[in-house]
Each structure stands twice: as C-alpha cells, then as structure tokens.
Design a protein around this ligand. Structure first.
Ligand SMILES: Cc1cc2nc3c(=O)[nH]c(=O)nc-3n(C[C@H](O)[C@H](O)[C@H](O)COP(=O)(O)O)c2cc1C
Length: 332
C-alpha cells in the first residue's frame, strides 16, 4: 500500500489531508470525528481579536457605566485577558482537543492590533497548540497605504509573533499581491514555517431591495485550486517554509495535484461541509488505490514533480502560456 506520510511544520503526519479552520473544529466531538475519519491534523477555527474587542468594549462600558468613551475603552485592551472572556473558551477548547486526539492541533488567530496578535499567539501556545496559523485577512482600502506598507505590515507581524512563541508559525494569506513570489520570500526570510495558500476573500453582494451590502459565503469548488497550484508550483524548492494549500481541495485528485505542485499538505473545509467527515476516509482510500495503480511507493516521491522547477516547460506557469490558453478555446 502506498505510503501517504508527510511532514508539515516539523510534524510527522499520516497523510497530507488536513481539516482547515472552520466551524467543524469548534467542538471536541467533531475534532475527534475528524481524527477518526482520517484527518491527519486539524486547524482550529480562528480566534478573532475583533470579536474580543467588541466584547471588551461592551464589558468596559458596562463596568464604567457609560462614563468612558469607546476610544478610551479600547486603550484597556492590552489588559483584556484578565477579563477572561472570548479567548478563554477558545484556549480551553485547544486544551481539551489536545487531550482528546493524538493528531496535531493547530491554533488559528485572526488579529487586528499588533499587541493582540502577539498576546493571543502566546496564549494559544501556552494552551498546548502544536503550531499556530496566523490568518491574515486584510484588505487595504486606504488609498494612502502603499503596497510596500501592506507588505511590511505582514512581515512585521510575523516577526513579532515568531519572536514571542517557540511553536511553528504558519501564515495564511490571500493571493492579491503585485509580486507574490517576492512577498513569499520575505515571509520566508522573516521565519515563516509554513505558507497557507490562499485565504478566500469573501465578496459581499448587494441587496437591491433593502439597499444593503450583504455578506455572502459560498463553498468552493475544485476550480479554485488552480490559483493555488500555480503558486505552489512556482514557489516549490525556493522556500524553507513548507506550503499548505487551502481552497478548492475536494477530490483525491486535487490532493495529489497539490502535492505534485509542491505542497506538504492539502487542507479542506467545503468538501467536508458538503460530504461529511467520512470524506476524509474516502479520499485516503482513493489515494492509496491511485498510488498502487500508478506504481508510486509514497506521496513524498511525487512532491514537486509538477513544480516549475521540475517540468520541462516553466512557461506553463508564466505569461508565455497566455496566448496558448486563449487560443485553446473552441466556439463549438
Ligand atoms: C463556514 C466557514 C468558516 C470558516 N472559518 C474560518 C476561520 O475561522 N479561520 C480561517 O482561517 N478560515 C476559515 N475558513 C476558511 C477555510 O479554512 C478555508 O481556507 C476555505 O474555506 C477554503 O477552503 P475550502 O475550499 O476547502 O473550503 C472558513 C470557511 C468556511 C466555509
């Protein structure tokens, strides 16, 4: 039987199948079910500092009986953990998950202030997470902020967190950088242990009747994988950081493609929400069958085999293929 073992963030995993951050990892029973079904690691849903800030403002207003302004209340934020709200339940979940399963438990943090990122990253480490994923979901809507300002923010944030925790740190980011390869190299140099490609930026819709901007979450499909495959294939072998692909991993063939592009793991949420925990079991079986039928002894053997470095025609990942793609469309 083909060997599915891989490594991620310095950990030995039984397969590249990882449950990405989602409500699925919001309770210990589900985390256990994910392990039983064959997930090789789980990423907890994110601890959102934004939410903590809102709660802290409300608590603060309550404590000060309305005498404090919002701005002043926000200044109390660095002392927030002593309030024991929001993050406590999250940290407790990490502790319980560690006791309940033997697969790695990766904490996830979505911060919004420099002190918050660092403070909660430290707490996630103390709660026993094997590693941490920084979920950076930032949209630069301020025209005064340049691309370099944005990139520096990512790098500084990563450096700060790396300096304060000793568990491995992965950073989950979106694809919208003018020079993504350079950005990835900068994060690598700043000490990223993993790059998680890519965050999906959910696009709001308009409600024409109520003239409201409405949130709109749609699950992914395998088409979304292609963007991730391209960048994993471009970056493979150029980074010390390992690559995780999230977004558009649905079928076992998607997992194999992710590994061939150069990823160490392929993460899933939409597919599991659609098909249930047993989806991991099916993919594992199908991967084993495929490896056997195609004479592979292990998936490590195929890692990066379709990367830009390995294929004969690197132009397939570059602009040179643009014309070929356009010409390939048939009107029939
Ligand atoms: C309902 C839902 C909740 C999610 N919550 C989080 C979260 O808390 N933190 C995070 O980093 N990503 C979160 N994600 C994003 C997923 O981890 C994943 O990156 C994304 O759905 C793309 O993967 P997929 O194509 O397998 O769904 C969430 C996704 C969904 C659908």
């Amino acid at each position: 039987m083909g060997d599915l073992n891989t490594t991620y963030l310095g950990m030995e995993l039984e397969s590249p199948l990882v449950a990405s951050a989602s409500p699925l990892t919001q309770d210990v029973g589900n985390i256990r079910r994910l392990e039983d079904a064959g997930a090789a690691a789980v990423v907890m849903h994110s601890l959102f500092e934004e939410q903590i800030l809102i709660e802290s403002r409300e608590l603060d207003r309550f404590l000060s009986q309305g005498s404090e302004s919002y701005g002043e209340a926000l200044e109390y934020f660095p002392d927030l953990p002593s309030y024991e709200i929001g993050p406590e339940a999250y940290l407790e979940l990490i502790r319980k998950a560690r006791e309940a399963v033997s697969i790695p438990v990766i904490g996830s943090l979505n911060g919004c202030t420099p002190s918050g990122w660092v403070e909660y990253a430290k707490q996630i480490e103390q709660a026993g997470a094997h590693a941490i994923e920084l979920n950076v979901y930032f949209l630069a809507t301020d025209p005064g902020m340049s691309a370099l300002d944005v990139e520096n923010k990512y790098v500084e944030l990563l450096r700060e967190v790396k300096a304060r925790v000793s568990i491995p740190v992965a950073i989950k980011l979106g694809p919208y950088f003018s020079a993504f390869a350079n950005m990835a190299h900068r994060l690598d140099a700043a000490g990223a242990d993993g790059l998680v490609l890519f965050n999906r930026f959910y696009q709001p819709d308009f409600d024409l009747e109520y003239l409201e901007v409405t949130p709109n979450l749609q699950l992914s499909n395998s088409q979304e994988l292609r963007l991730r495959l391209r960048w994993a294939a471009v970056l493979y072998s150029h980074l010390r950081a390992e690559i995780a692909i999230t977004g558009g991993v649905h079928e076992f063939t998607d997992v194999l493609k992710a590994v061939m592009a150069g990823a160490n793991v392929a993460m899933m949420t939409s597919a599991v929400l659609r098909h249930g925990f047993g989806h991991f079991t099916r993919l594992r079986r199908e991967m084993h069958d495929w490896l056997e039928a195609n004479d592979y002894e292990s998936i490590n053997q195929m890692r990066g085999s379709m990367s830009m470095k390995s294929i004969g025609d690197p132009a397939a990942f570059e602009r040179a293929n643009y014309l070929k793609v356009l010409s390939s469309y048939s009107m029939r």
